[in-house]
Design a protein around this ligand. Structure first.
Ligand code: PRT
Ligand code: MG
Length: 213
């Protein structure tokens, strides 16, 4: 049996065409079923639905053989024991710094003020500001980062942006782009050895669908 870990929502939706290219069709709609293990048209392949942030953990410990996860999540989790054969070019966005409209971020940085930064992405934020030589107090949040500068919890946030509509709707502006994000295929290293043939077939089919050799 080959187990693929996916999260519901954009990653699941954008993975379907790749699965199809590999001849795999998921038999249930994750938005309609309460099942957490979904069968596919291939009796030897199943999908497990997990929280986006749990995908690397499942694959690392062998709860799933393969998984699809955002680079953001992968960096925060760390890639120990994970083989990363493909950039799937799906669920694209960027990690950015944003502040309240009217907040003079450049001046705050120039003056060497200690910035309060709220984020779910503490590893990415720590590394980014350390490289810039900016002192920050990081405040870990699990969601709705946009609220932090509006309530005085933080001066800035580090968050994912795709269209920018969420920032705009909350009177926030993007002041720095930290990195571009897309989703990655991750594979359990031991599974790759033990189930080499079927896993290779999936990696190769995804690669071909992406136009990679
Ligand atoms: O939502 P939940 O708490 O269950 O889990 P999650 O947020 O970890 O998962 P999910 O499914 O929302 O995101 C999974 C992955 O999709 C992320 O790890 C990213 O790699 C990728 N991705 C791509 C995004 C976005 N685009 C995105 N826009 N993840 C989140 N967003 C958020 C963004 O932070 C903003 O708050 O969507 C909101 C809308 O963005 P705008 O800029 O288009 O308005
Ligand atoms: Mg989300």
């Amino acid at each position: 049996m080959i187990t693929l870990a996916l999260s519901k929502g954009r990653i699941f939706d954008e993975t379907l065409p790749l699965l199809k290219a590999a001849g795999i069709e998921v038999l249930d709609d994750p938005e309609k079923t309460r099942k957490l293990i979904l069968a596919t048209n291939q009796p030897e392949v199943r999908v497990v639905l997990v929280r986006a942030t749990d995908v690397p953990t499942y694959v690392q410990y062998g709860g799933a053989d393969l998984g699809i996860t955002g680079l953001d999540t992968l960096i925060e989790h760390g890639s120990d024991g994970l083989y990363q054969p493909l950039d799937l070019q799906i669920a694209k966005c960027r990690v950015s710094v944003a502040v309240r409209e009217g907040y003079d971020y450049a001046a705050a940085v120039r003056q060497g003020a200690r910035l309060r930064v709220a984020t779910k992405y503490v590893a990415i934020a720590r590394e980014f500001f350390a490289a810039k030589g900016v002192h920050v107090d990081l405040i870990k949040l699990y969601g709705s980062m946009e609220l932090a500068p509006l309530t005085g919890l933080a001066d800035a946030i580090v968050d994912l942006v795709s269209t920018g509509n969420t920032l705009k709707a909350n009177h926030l502006v993007e002041v720095e782009r930290i990195m571009d994000i897309s989703s990655r295929l991750v594979v359990n290293q031991a599974a790759l050895k033990l189930k080499r043939e079927p896993i290779r077939r999936i990696i190769d089919a995804f690669g071909q669908a992406l136009g990679q050799p």
